[in-house]
Design a binder for this molecule. Structure first.
Ligand SMILES: *Cc1c(COP(=O)(O)O)cnc(C)c1O
Length: 430
């Protein structure tokens, strides 16, 4: 049967206990939502945002005040000197790619400070695929510092890997498709400081995907030179329909923008043929929406731990991104989990997720999502690479109650197939 079904009484009781258990986490997230909202409102006000900024532009887009103002609002909200925010930045991968190709020159080296790079960056670096057009193809070498204890970056390893030719140090804030924890800002600050001491010329670029508004500050407020991300993740608030951003030091943002358009043109051109209202309003609601996703993730963590699965982070661990990883341990469970989540979707609930190939990813991936914006992962979605140990990565959710409902549908799907290690009703909080 496809679509929502009633929750069995045993499961509903467990859910009510989890609600009680996560009350302190929910209260903390509500404070975070408020402080980030105030920060965003102040940025709008300082940039004197007005109705006139919402209109689309055409052609070259010269002097598009709505576009320039939105970029100024983003820069302020992220504590950065400048930002480039565009619908022409097609994804988070593209935004990160602009930073790397914008800054690095032949003979330079890229150092990943957080172990192996996110799947889609492997082809940018030239680690996978034919390498055509990759950094390697341009004579830019790559090195990575392995993660240390607990899956955190190890400053000693990073210092050891820094070379005079290291031009960019890439720091991935979110966990990506891996079991390592997301980086909290105190760790990012420490890492950036260590890089700057050892190699003052190196530029710290943070892959900020899934990290925006998860804490009260952004990496650019703790010393990072540049951050990049996707508008169909956190900062678009579920309303932005496409796009990406780069924010940070003025001169570095300018270099990324020259790569986006052309040298000499940079940020001065680029029409915004869409109505900009959704992009402004998306940023305005993003602190709230990110908080809803965090509350939903805490519930999911509590629920699946109760059923005997390892989850990361646990319900009461501080979060550095919006992702909840649930280690399901078998392909059968991962598929059932995704099918359960799909049953709670407003869109496409009548389809059953199947593993498939995805551009940019090496393994087969299964996904659940029924979103209003294609591929959006600030809206509730689940991805899981079909490889050991069969981890479901759940992220987003425009409302806490939607994530809660979907997590329950997933647990029920597993339960009905006899795939829960601890049956509903016998589960207890540990
Ligand atoms: C999503 C993500 C990206 C890439 O973003 P796309 O928009 O999917 O291209 C890069 N890094 C991390 C950690 C991500 O989560």
């Amino acid at each position: 049967m496809r679509g929502l079904t009633a929750i069995e009484p045993g499961l509903a009781e467990t859910a009510a206990r989890i609600d009680e258990m996560i009350r302190p986490q929910v209260a903390a997230v509500e404070k975070l939502q408020e402080s980030n909202l105030l920060k965003v409102i102040k940025s709008f006000q300082a940039c004197r945002v007005g109705e006139e900024h919402f209109a689309p532009s055409t052609g070259y887009g010269y002097e598009d005040a709505g576009r320039d103002t939105l970029e100024a609002v983003y820069a302020r909200a992220f504590g950065a000197q400048a930002a480039v925010v565009r619908p022409q930045i097609v994804s988070g991968t593209h935004a990160i790619s602009l930073c790397l190709f914008g800054i690095m020159r032949p003979g330079d080296e890229l150092l990943s400070a957080t172990g192996s790079v996110y799947d889609t960056l492997e082809e940018i670096v030239g680690l996978r695929g034919a390498g055509k057009g990759s950094l390697r193809d341009f004579g830019i070498t790559y090195r990575e510092a392995p993660l240390g204890t607990g899956g955190f970056p190890d400053p000693t390893e990073v210092k050891r890997a820094l070379k005079p030719k290291t031009r960019v140090v890439l720091i991935q804030r979110s966990r990506g498709y891996s079991w390592r924890p997301a980086l909290r800002l105190d760790r990012i600050a420490e890492l950036v400081q260590c890089v700057k001491e050892a190699c003052p010329g190196a530029i710290c670029v943070v892959d900020n995907c899934y990290g925006e508004f998860v804490e009260e500050r952004e990496p650019t407020e703790v010393g990072a030179d540049l951050i990049a991300g996707s508008l169909i993740k956190n900062p678009g608030g579920g309303l932005a329909t496409t796009g990406g951003y780069v924010a940070g030091a003025e001169e570095l943002v300018a270099l990324a923008a020259e790569r986006l358009t052309a040298p000499g043109i940079g940020r001065e051109v680029g029409a915004w043929p869409l109505d900009k209202r959704a992009f402004y309003q998306g940023l305005f609601v993003a602190p709230h929406v990110v908080g809803e996703a965090l509350k939903g993730a805490a519930f999911t963590a509590g629920l699946f731990a109760e059923f005997g699965f390892s989850v990361s982070p646990t319900w009461n661990e501080p979060r550095g991104d919006t992702i909840e990883a649930i280690r399901l341990g078998s392909a059968e469970r991962l598929v059932a989990f995704c099918r359960g989540i799909q049953k709670a979707m407003p869109v496409d609930a009548h389809v059953a997720p199947e593993p498939g190939a995805m551009p940019g990813y090496a393994d087969m991936v299964i996904m659940a999502g029924g979103v209003f914006v294609q591929g959006s992962s600030i809206e509730l979605s689940v991805d899981g690479p079909m490889r050991e140990p069969f981890v479901a990565y759940l992220q987003g959710g425009l409302s806490r109650e939607h994530v809660r409902c979907a997590a329950l549908m997933a647990a029920q799907e597993l339960g009905r197939a006899g795939l829960l290690p601890v049956p509903a009703g016998e589960a207890k909080v540990f």
